[in-house]
Every structure is written in structure tokens, then in C-alpha cells.
Design a protein around this ligand. Structure first.
Ligand SMILES: [Zn+2]
Ligand SMILES: [Zn+2]
Length: 305
């Protein structure tokens, strides 16, 4: 592993505030692109089978998203209140879930049931199809609170996949204009979740800017690079890369709170996708763990438990 210390001065690489687009919501074909990326990354990868399985899951998510009805949305009063208090409008932790999310789960499970899955995954699909409402709601509540420790690693991806579809659908129905910037820059302004990774954009007005990618709703929001995403310290970060990698993915660790987030440099590889490339660089997480660093946000498709 190689490390370097990097201290950025305010304004060094950032355009003046106000000129920066604060938010990109997930595109309508997000899951199709993710599936493609996962399939590509799976080739010759030590986690190839799992990445292939997740590509089928992402295909099922796309199919579910394409046919998903829009859940009831917060009205103008609620929108104004959230704006006034700087709260995420679709708060994953506090907004009651509409039962529609379970329809999304049923769609995903049905489609996965038709795929050629490994035996264990097929058994999980069957058992989730028979699970009662209470059990599913309880699991969803924990995932949305990012309390993943007690969730079965086999069931987590399916339920998380359904919740992602539900939140992406709501966010896109509201549109970017409904969301305001939060004082706390490290959480998603749409749903309040932590980021799965950050990306450094390449090309256009956002060249070189850091956006954080939501682990739940896949929104991307701008956050200045001088701040730690977890504790907002501006004292500096250490960058870690895997030996022999092309440097397209680096872990940025805060010297103050010891948390880290991966940064994907799209300039080095424009095809990267936050969730997929985060999973494909699990080796970097293992090294960071050995260094005593902890992740600044979850990946809902893999939790070491
Ligand atoms: Zn979000
Ligand atoms: Zn920090």
C-alpha cells in the first residue's frame, strides 16, 4: 500500500460557491449501468461470482424501477419545513415507509427467481418470499438506520435493493428542485444516508469537484474536498492506494477521526460506478481495516457483520 498526505487549501481547487451544481439525482437507467459495470468487473475478479450475482440483482432493480408506481410524496408544506430546518426531505430514518416498497421487493424476488442463481441465493429468494410483513418491515428499518450487524448477509442485498428502488423512484418524482443543501455536508440531502463512496468528476463545469454518492438513493451531492465527510475536520487527509493499481480509486482517511471514504477519479476511468467499484476494491477496505481505519459510510450489498 502507498500513502501520501495531502492538505488542500480552501479555494485551491473549488469554483466559488453558488456556481457549483449542488446535486445530481440518480439517472433513470442507473441500475442498468450498474449491472453492466458489475458484469465487467466480475471478469477474472476474486469476487467474480458475487459481482455476477449482484449484476443480476441490479437488472432486477432496473426492471422494478421501470414498473414502480410513485409512492405518496411530501407536500409543499413539508418541503418548506425541511428547507427551513435543513433536513433531508425523504429521511430514511424518520419517514414512515409506504407498503409499496414491499411490492418492489416482490418484483425483484420474482425476477431473481427466474434467473440462474446459485442454490444458496435461490433458497434466500424462496424464504424471503414467504417472510411476513413484520419481519420485512423490521429488517427494512434496520437497513435504513444503517444498523447492518444483525441482518443476514444473504438477505441484506435483496431487501436493500428494494429500498434503493423505492427511494430512487421517490427522489426522481420530486426532482432536484425539491431538495435543499444541508448544513451537515456528509449526509445525503435527499434521504439523509451516508455515502458509499465519493467521485471526482471529470469534464464540464464540475471538473475536479468531489461529489459524494448516496449508499441508498444514489444521489450525488457536492462536498468541498478540504472537509472530512464524517467529522468535517479540515486539518488534512491521508490518501491510500493499492500497490500496483492505476490510482483510479483511492481511500481518503481523516487524520482527526480515522474514518475513510473511497474516492473514484473519473478522469482515470470514466466507466466507474460508485457502488460497483467500491465492492470491486474490497482489498483496499481490508488494508484500511488493518491500519485501524473505519469506513465513513456503508455499502448495502456487503457488510462484514
Ligand atoms: Zn440518499
Ligand atoms: Zn474526520
Amino acid at each position: 500500500m502507498t500513502t501520501e498526505t495531502c492538505i488542500l487549501e480552501p479555494g485551491q481547487i473549488e469554483a466559488p460557491a453558488g456556481q457549483i451544481r449542488p446535486l445530481f439525482l440518480a439517472e433513470g437507467d442507473l441500475f442498468r449501468l450498474r449491472a453492466e459495470r458489475l458484469r465487467f468487473l466480475a471478469k477474472g475478479h476474486s469476487l467474480g461470482d458475487y459481482l455476477d450475482f449482484l449484476s443480476l440483482l441490479a437488472d432486477a432493480q432496473q426492471e422494478a424501477l421501470n414498473h414502480f408506481s410513485v409512492p405518496p410524496l411530501p407536500g409543499p408544506n413539508e418541503q418548506a419545513l425541511c428547507r427551513e430546518h435543513g433536513m433531508p426531505l425523504l429521511s430514511a430514518r424518520s419517514m414512515p415507509l409506504n407498503p409499496l416498497w414491499r411490492k418492489g421487493l416482490a418484483m425483484i424476488l420474482r425476477q431473481m427467481g427466474e434467473d440462474d442463481l446459485p442454490v444458496a441465493a435461490r433458497e434466500t429468494v424462496t424464504s424471503l418470499m414467504q417472510r411476513d410483513e413484520t419481519g420485512l418491515e423490521e429488517m427494512a428499518g434496520r437497513i435504513l438506520a444503517e444498523e447492518l450487524d444483525d441482518i443476514s448477509p444473504a438477505e441484506l442485498p435483496f431487501v436493500a435493493a428494494a429500498l434503493q428502488v423505492y427511494f430512487v423512484r421517490m427522489a426522481s418524482a420530486l426532482g432536484e428542485g425539491a431538495f435543499s443543501q444541508l448544513e451537515q455536508g456528509g449526509i445525503c440531502p435527499v434521504c439523509g444516508s451516508h455515502p458509499v463512496a465519493g467521485i471526482v468528476r471529470s469534464g464540464g463545469a464540475e471538473q475536479g469537484l468531489r461529489y459524494l454518492c448516496c449508499s441508498l438513493c444514489a444521489s450525488q451531492w457536492h462536498m468541498v474536498r478540504i472537509k472530512c465527510t464524517a467529522c468535517e475536520s479540515t486539518r488534512g487527509v491521508s490518501l491510500y492506494t493499492l500497490e500496483g493499481s492505476n490510482g483510479a480509486v483511492r481511500a481518503e482517511s481523516c487524520d482527526d477521526c480515522n474514518s475513510y471514504l473511497k474516492l473514484l477519479y473519473l478522469e482515470k476511468d470514466g466507466r466507474m460506478e460508485a457502488m460497483a467499484d467500491d465492492l470491486a476494491t474490497l482489498a483496499l477496505d481490508m488494508l484500511m481495516d488493518r491500519e485501524g481505519k473505519s469506513r465513513g459510510g456503508p455499502n448495502l450489498f456487503f457488510h462484514p457483520g
